[in-house]
Design a protein around this ligand. Structure first.
Ligand SMILES: [Zn+2]
Length: 75
């Protein structure tokens, strides 16, 4: 079960994280490059957190994608 994304959105904290990322386009690009499907449905960028068995797309990538969308709209 992965309900963490929904929790983050409903608590409003997601917007702070996305704002933080939108101010750092290079960080967003790096996160999108690293946090990719490793071919088994898990996140390669989160593979260091073996215990969590991160499902792709992970929460970090979800934030990065939202931030990237925001950056696209500003261009
Ligand atoms: Zn990840």
């Amino acid at each position: 079960m992965n309900t963490s994304k929904i929790d983050y959105v409903t608590t409003g904290g997601a917007f702070d994280v996305i704002d933080f990322m939108e101010a750092r386009p290079r960080l967003v690009a790096e996160l999108l490059r690293v946090h990719v499907d490793d071919g088994t449905g898990h996140c390669r960028g989160c593979s260091w957190r073996q215990a969590a068995v991160p499902i792709h797309p992970c929460t970090i990538r979800w934030y990065a994608e939202r931030a990237d969308e925001g950056l696209q709209h500003r261009r």
